[in-house]
Design a protein around this ligand. Structure first.
Ligand code: HAM
Length: 409
């Protein structure tokens, strides 16, 4: 029996928009000075249980862990990036430390449309500064990432989750409110673990019970209120539209203050194409110094699905510009050297391998997407010429070999 890729994984094949989408999503962040970092795909298990949060589904149910080694495949990128920043003392240099990354993440979730066990994210993190204008920049760079690819249907949901000064009292208030409701046992257990998670319950009958639930945004301390207002001013200045989402709950525990998610309505149940927020306590939670931070990660697969849902096409990788077709042994020897010279000169070039006849080789030239075909027979060589064919117009001219390279350049 032939093997198949493991459940919840997939192959990126030629013609895929993957690279263009990955690089397109990060392009605005490159322009804003976010430098490339790459951390390992596995880290000490405890980095994630302490960083992401021991009560989250991600940590309790979805980690790919090698217990005998104490290592886990990263379920997300933020904990590893903050670990790297602290380990190398980047926070002692210029602030904010602005970083971007891309790569595979691993979560043992039940696979379905838009949900994989190995999936790809791009992300940015800005560390070392608590400035609402920076929050606005970070959020705007994600909004620009989607619009830059041509998407128009991505909505931004944004709220503030408060901070250690105001969230504990709110949490208690919400817990007391939930205790007075007629909830099932599973939901009660969830409320005991983290009452905020209950606010996100999708069931209409639960939502009906929650209409009068107290909301964090109405209970922010003066510092969090001022910060939130600063973020909203920054977003207005940058022309970024958002929807207030006072019941937004994220699947990772490290968030405080500014918290957001990007959703697309053409994706069904897995509608989140990206998310992020401020995580000022994360560094200390993993044993580092106090180090505020904010960032996001965007899902590449779901972005590709959103592009498909909107009918927006993204150009796959460019093929060769020139395709060389040798006919005969002497022509083949010349062609091999000529292709090498063109590539050295910086021209993307391919060759008809396999000693096919003219018809098959020209079909390959057309399929390659090249603009120009160079066709050489042994008799052309004797006359010191090659046939240069414009594959868009079909026009063909004999060009002296000595001028061919120059002309193609
Ligand atoms: P997250 O919301 O867990 O945040 O993931 C970000 C995005 O990754 C999601 O919105 C979704 O598009 C994609 N994603 C997540 N899980 C899957 C999956 N199983 N299959 C396909 N796509 C998926 C984070 O990971 C945080 N580290 C973001 C962050 C950075 N916060 C601050 N800085």
């Amino acid at each position: 029996m032939a093997f198949q890729s493991p459940k919840g994984t997939y192959d990126i094949l030629p013609g895929s928009p993957f690279l263009a989408v990955r690089d397109g999503l990060l392009a605005p962040s490159v322009r804003a000075g976010y430098a490339y970092v790459e951390a390992p795909v596995f880290e000490d298990t405890e980095l994630f249980s302490r960083g992401v949060g021991a009560s989250t589904d991600v940590v309790t149910k979805e980690m790919f862990t090698f217990p005998e080694r104490g290592l886990t495949l990263r379920p997300e990128g933020t904990a590893g990036v903050v670990r790297a920043v602290v380990e190398h003392g980047l926070q002692r240099g210029q602030l904010p430390v602005k970083l971007r990354y891309a790569g595979p993440m691993f979560r043992a979730e039940r696979p379905q449309a838009g949900r994989f066990r190995q999936f790809q994210q791009v992300g940015i993190e800005a560390l070392g500064v608590t400035d609402p204008a920076l929050d606005a920049e970070v959020v705007a760079l994600a909004a620009d990432a989607f619009t830059g690819l041509g998407l128009t249907g991505v909505r931004l949901l944004l709220t503030s989750l408060g901070d250690p000064a105001c969230r504990p009292a709110y949490r208690e208030e919400l817990g007391a409110f939930l205790a007075g409701l007629d909830l099932d046992d599973a939901t009660r257990a969830r409320a005991a673990l983290n009452p905020l998670r209950v606010l996100d319950d999708k069931r209409p009958e639960v939502q009906a019970l929650l209409v009068d639930a107290p909301l964090m945004v109405d209970r922010l301390c003066p510092q969090c209120t001022a910060h939130h207002e600063g973020v909203l001013e920054g977003l207005a200045a940058l022309g970024v539209a958002f929807e207030p989402a006072p019941r937004l709950v994220r699947g990772l525990d490290y968030y405080m203050r500014t918290t957001f998610e990007f959703v697309h309505d053409g994706l069904g149940a897995q509608s989140a194409v990206g998310g992020g927020g401020r995580y000022d306590g994360l560094s200390e939670a993993i044993g580092g110094p106090p180090l505020p931070g904010i960032g996001w990660a965007l899902g590449i697969e779901r972005t590709v699905l959103a592009l498909e849902a909107e009918g927006v096409s993204v150009a796959p990788e460019a093929g060769p510009a020139v395709f060389v077709v040798p006919l005969g042994a002497a022509a083949k020897a010349w062609a091999v050297a000529f292709v090498g010279a063109l590539r050295t000169a910086g021209v993307a070039t391919d060759l008809a391998y396999g000693d096919r006849g003219l018809k098959g080789a020209m079909k390959a030239a057309d399929r390659s997407g090249a603009r120009w075909a160079v066709v050489v027979g042994d008799r052309d060589l004797e006359a010191d010429v090659a046939q240069l064919k414009d594959l868009t117009s079909g026009e063909q001219t004999a060009v002296p070999l000595s001028e061919l390279l120059e002309q193609l350049l």
